[in-house]
Write a protein that binds this ligand. Structure first.
Ligand code: PEP
Ligand code: MG
Length: 743
């Protein structure tokens, strides 16, 4: 509580204006006392010393806890520093002819072109924001709207809460003129502070106003239509990340003010969600709205993840299973919240000393990584006409295409509706996450003879073919890159007893045998283990089955729907040219067999992921044989930094706190370091093949600063999860505009 509040309580008064002269004198003594106690020095009496004290207080505030948090949240560098503006004081608390207020040239919530704001008579700035007195509206229209919402009668409004427009019409007109002049000058929505001292208006400051994502889009498009800014400026005014607010539910801003954050994780998948805690995916439907809280997730949890309103994991980073899958689903997710202690047995979640039970309400913000206690109201998104206009404008300036990472026809359709110009990555192993398929996939992984594996692959083939047909149809001839199987085995091996039992029944073997096989497949470092093309090169029947499914689907869709899919078959985790060549040979010979059997051909190409550092070094040689490159910056980051994607969550937050890293490199691409590998890979690849098509399909493909880098190294496209497509479209346009300006 502020010091003055104690005195108010003692006196039984509510407002500063009710203090007597003696009260104020007493307060001055009290404050001087506090200063002396805290600083060991008496309060300075020299005005110059006082001024320097105030200036230094502002400079020092740069390192305050809140400032540090704010910088991190907005990605502002630590070394920017702050500035101090010294100006003469005017007083809004000199009686009834004085006032103070804050106003906006347009509505910061909706973007509507309507002057608005709040003020108080006989008050200082702090009173308007402190919430002790109810601020009044500046315009009559705003005042009437406010009264209606607050259910205050017209008479009461005029009597107790009149607008500035009504009680000081002359000054209001003057203020109105200034706001217009300032907005015309700065060509952006202004947030202004003013004081009226004894009938004279003073403008204290003006700055570009903060706004919601919806207001950001509307204001930029309106200013463009009004001729105040040109197209490029309108595009540069967009903070792409804020578009997320338009695509996912967000917290009601008023409700959020009363919420208490209890922990912080990684902003793994944007949006806001509120629900009751459940700890097991198969119980996600236990409550109408649930939040699935897990140590980490696995393919077993897929259905529950889909049912839950949001997902929280204590472990795992931005590219963990939970994060990637949630982003694909457009579901809110906070990952790697290390402060959460989960006890599955007791069904409790402990944060610090507080214990939450199953069924307790929590709320999560997947855009900031915040986890809150209790229920917070959320708001559904609405897409406006201005949004469509912005997207269309972006495409006119962007030179890179935006594709999507989509594994199912449903995701592909969502991405198309957001304007994706193709699929840059279909992770075929994700197609098997669904319950009825994962069993066949596991059978295949656990099979220890070629015959057993072929049997399981035979079951998988029609499912894959059908999925590919769906995806080809959804994408209507847009390019589609399909990646061959790349399952880090630990993501698929059943760890839960119930699933192991089911598998034993399916395979007609004992539980003990399943357990033994699981143990046999155990890898010390699965991310660098038997995955990617290593799998297809050791078990060629896997690549054969997938090639068959892809090409038969392409033939079917061409025959039945007339769609020319031209699939781009992509080999994952290539490190040596020989690895690629072996896969290429299997694909080509299978393709020839399929074409011969069907007596028809389709066009297709064979390319590679660039995700192993060695591949970027050998890019000139690999490009002799590959039709395209797609940079897998998740693995490339993992291997260049030597940070395990699954374990980095444990230390990354400490590294960020200590300033060792400025960003989580799995979220914001490391242009300086890993960027060298990417640049080299592109350059060397194009030395061999000048027209080589190059894209990126790691999670960075949806992150604006990374997109700018990918544009600068000359990539043809970026590919990102469906809900990030609009962000990437704007970011790609901004990157092109920035490069033009720099040339
Ligand atoms: C990558 O490594 O960047 C990539 C896209 O592949 P995955 O995340 O599936 O390993
Ligand atoms: Mg990868």
């Amino acid at each position: 509580m502020f010091w003055g509040e104690h005195l108010k309580e003692k006196r039984g008064i509510a407002l500063d204006t009710e203090f007597t002269v003696q009260d104020l004198k007493d307060l001055v003594y009290d404050f001087k006392d506090i200063v002396k106690k805290r600083t060991g020095q008496p309060f300075p009496t020299e005005p110059e010393d006082q001024l320097w004290g105030a200036i230094m207080a502002v400079f020092n505030s740069w390192n305050g806890e809140r400032a540090v948090y704010y910088r991190r949240m907005n990605g502002y560098p630590e070394d920017w520093g702050t500035a101090v503006n010294v100006q003469a004081m005017v007083f809004g608390n000199m009686g009834k002819t004085s006032a103070t207020g804050v106003c906006f040239t347009r509505d910061a919530g909706t973007g509507e072109n309507a002057f608005n704001g709040e003020y108080l008579v006989n008050a200082q700035g702090e009173d308007v924001v402190a919430g002790v007195r109810t601020p009044q509206q500046i315009t009559k229209r705003g005042s009437e709207q406010w009264a209606e919402l607050a259910q205050i009668s017209a008479e009461e409004r005029v009597e107790q809460y009149p607008s500035l427009e009504e009680i000081m019409p002359e000054l209001y007109r003057e203020l109105h003129e200034y706001q217009h002049t300032l907005e015309q000058h700065y060509r952006d929505m202004q947030d202004m502070e003013f004081t009226i001292q004894d009938g004279k208006l003073w403008i204290l400051q003006t700055r570009n106003g903060k706004r919601t994502g919806a207001a950001m889009v509307k204001i930029a498009m309106d200013l463009l239509a009004e001729g105040l800014i040109d197209e490029k400026t309108a595009l540069q005014r967009i903070e792409p990340i804020k578009l997320d607010e338009l695509l996912h539910p967000i917290f009601d801003p008023e409700a959020l003010k009363r919420a208490t954050p209890i922990a912080q994780g990684l902003p793994a998948s944007p949006g806001a969600a509120t629900g009751k805690i459940v700890f097991f995916a198969d119980e996600a439907d236990k409550f109408k709205s649930s939040i699935l809280v897990r140590q980490e997730t696995s393919p077993d949890d897929l259905e529950g993840m889909n049912v839950a309103k949001g997902i929280v994991t204590a472990r795992g980073g931005m590219t963990s299973h939970a994060a990637v899958v949630a982003r694909g689903m457009g579901k809110c997710c906070v990952s790697g919240a290390g402060a959460l202690k989960i006890n599955y047995k007791a069904r409790t979640l402990t944060v610090g000393s507080h214990v939450y039970q199953e069924g307790d309400w929590i709320s999560i913000n997947g855009s900031t990584g915040n986890i809150f206690e209790g229920k917070i109201k959320t708001k559904e998104p609405e897409l406006s006409g201005e949004f469509a206009q912005l997207m269309e404008l972006s495409d006119r300036y962007a030179t890179m295409e935006v594709r999507t990472n989509a594994d199912t026809p449903k995701d592909a359709l969502v991405a198309r509706s957001f304007g994706a110009k193709g699929i840059g990555l279909a992770r075929t192993e994700h197609m098997f996450f669904e319950v009825d398929r994962i069993q066949a996939m596991r059978e295949m992984i656990l099979a220890d003879t070629v015959k057993g594996r072929k049997q399981a692959l035979k079951e998988l083939l029609p499912m894959q073919r059908e999925d590919f047909e769906g995806i080809f149809e959804a994408m209507q001839g847009y390019p589609i890159t399909i990646r061959l199987l790349d399952p880090p085995l630990h993501e698929f091996v059943p760890h839960q007893l119930a699933t192991q039992k089911e598998l034993a029944e399916d395979l007609h073997i004992s539980l003990g045998e399943v357990k033994a096989k699981v143990a046999e497949l155990q890898e010390f470092n699965p991310m660098m283990g038997h995955r990617g093309c290593r799998l297809g090169n050791t078990y060629r029947e896997i690549t054969e089955m997938q090639t068959e499914a892809i090409l038969e689907a392409a033939l079917n869709v061409k025959r039945e729907k007339g769609i020319d899919s031209k699939p781009e078959i992509m080999v994952p985790l290539v490190g040596t040219v020989e690895e690629f060549l072996m896969q290429k040979e299997i694909i080509q010979s299978t393709a020839e067999a399929v074409f011969k059997m069907c007596n028809k051909r389709v066009e297709y190409s064979i390319g590679t992921m660039m995700e192993i550092p060695r591949a970027t070094l050998m890019a000139d040689e690999i490009a002799q044989h590959a039709d395209f490159f797609s940079f897998g910056t998740n693995d490339l980051t993992q291997m260049a930094f030597g940070y395990s994607r699954d374990d980095a969550g444990k230390f990354l937050s400490v590294y960020l706190d200590k300033g060792i890293l400025q960003h989580d490199p799995f979220e914001v691409f490391d242009q300086e370091g890993v960027g060298q590998l990417v640049r080299m890979g592109v350059e060397r690849g194009r030395q061999t093949k000048p027209q080589l098509k190059v894209g990126i399909c790691g999670e960075h493909g949806g992150e604006p600063s990374s997109i700018d880098f990918f544009h600068r190294v000359g990539m043809n496209y970026v590919s990102c999860s469906p809900y990030r497509v609009p962000i990437a479209r704007v970011a790609a346009a901004q990157a092109a505009i920035a490069q033009q300006a720099a040339e």
